[in-house]
Write a protein that binds this ligand. Structure first.
Ligand code: CP3
Length: 339
């Protein structure tokens, strides 16, 4: 069993730095596109045999040290009562805009609402047979709220900010509901066999540090406290968190994810002994091999041999990335970090 990833999450020493890539299953892999030809993205997420198949592709092709469940952060929002589409970005035709909209949302029983997620996890644990650990995941309450209130991706996040500042009661009712739903959802993943959990707060960085602390932190920390995480490390990735790492640390996750706007050495100074994950700019994967190698050397150097580093990108891999470069990156991390 390759326990490098789980050991690093616990801050234990490892033989070489574990590496996986956010969004490692996806369109940059021709093998994924082949499966994706026969169905929509949502059908793929909801068909356990296929979801398991594409989860394993980067493990086989890239030799990463962890698998991550193939799904989407918005999957558990649909059974709350919101019709979801991907075109290819997520779209909710009827966004949440009022207290009445929030009151209509339900917190479903996970075994009946998302049986396919739990079954995919069970299949994967059997198929992986200890080869590498399996990561489960969910969105943070705030990032889910952004999509549910905006109705789709956004540049200025006007609708969610308007609700947050002008109708704080509606905002907090929505966040409370999402926090409870996510606790059920992520605990169901843990009980089904997920060996670590990553919480994605892609949009946490659109707020000032003070507003992050006031409007986001209480809900994410409550979520993390509710997780049955005695043996299951929790990774908390907030994109744009570089200026508020002390605050993000207070949420209480075992591991803090870092984008590429922060220097790894300074982040580790601020975070003390808390393990970190990151932090290569995904754009570097367009560069020739010498540059990829130099960047890996730089990041491993900034970590300075401290235990508790998981190498990753600072955000999801881009769909037009040459897959050979992703494979080269993984090989480089393993070779350059060999103890
Ligand atoms: O990491 C993995 O390999 C697991 C799979 C995974 C997907 N989405 C599959 C996906 C994970 C962990 C996610 C998380 C996710 N989804 C986030 C948080 C991480 C991040 O990137 O910020 C967010 C914000 C979403 C919402 C989402 N889903 C968007 C904005 C989009 C469209 C943009 C895009 O990349 O196309 C998706 C679609 C999506 N999710 C695809 C995949 C493979 C592409 C779907 C396709 O095949 O057409």
């Amino acid at each position: 069993m390759n326990t490098r990833f789980l050991d690093a999450c616990k801050g234990l020493p490892v033989d070489r730095t574990p590496v996986w890539l956010m969004r490692q299953a996806g369109r940059y892999l021709p093998e994924y596109m082949e499966v994706r030809k026969s169905c929509t993205f949502l059908e793929l997420c909801k068909t356990p045999e296929l979801a398991a198949k594409v989860t394993l592709q980067p493990v086989d092709i890239l030799d990463v040290d962890a698998a991550i469940l193939f799904s989407d952060i918005l999957i558990p929002v649909e059974p709350m009562g919101m019709k979801l589409d991907f075109v290819p970005g997520p779209v909710f035709a009827e966004p949440v805009r009022s207290m009445a909209d929030v009151e209509r949302l339900c917190i479903p029983r996970m075994e009946t609402a998302v049986p396919f997620v739990l079954e995919t996890i069970a299949i994967l644990r059997r198929q992986l047979a200890g080869r590498v650990p399996l990561i489960g995941f969910g969105g943070a309450p705030f990032t889910l709220a952004c999509y549910m209130v905006e109705g789709k991706g956004s540049k200025d996040f006007m609708a969610i900010k308007k609700m947050m500042y002008a109708e704080p009661e509606t905002y907090s009712a929505l966040m409370v509901k999402l926090t409870s739903m996510l606790a059920e959802y992520l605990n169901a993943q843990i009980h089904a066999g997920a060996q670590a959990i990553q919480i994605f707060d892609t949009w946490g960085g659109i707020l000032s540090p003070a507003d992050y602390e006031k409007y986001v932190l209480p809900y994410t920390s409550r979520l993390i406290r509710c997780l049955d995480a005695r043996d299951t490390p929790v990774i908390h990735f907030v994109k744009g968190a570089g200026t508020m790492l002390e605050t993000v640390k207070k949420a209480g996750a075992h591991v803090v994810g870092l984008d590429w706007h922060v220097n790894l050495a300074s982040a580790r100074e601020i975070l003390g002994s808390t393990p970190v994950q990151g932090n290569l700019d995904p754009g570097v994967l367009y560069a020739p091999e010498e540059i990829i190698e130099a960047e890996v050397r730089r990041i491993i150097g900034e970590n300075g041999g401290r235990p508790g580093h998981i190498f990753n990108l600072g955000h999801g891999i881009l769909p037009t990335t040459p897959s050979g470069n992703a494979k080269f990156l993984v090989e480089c991390v393993h070779r350059l970090s060999q103890r």
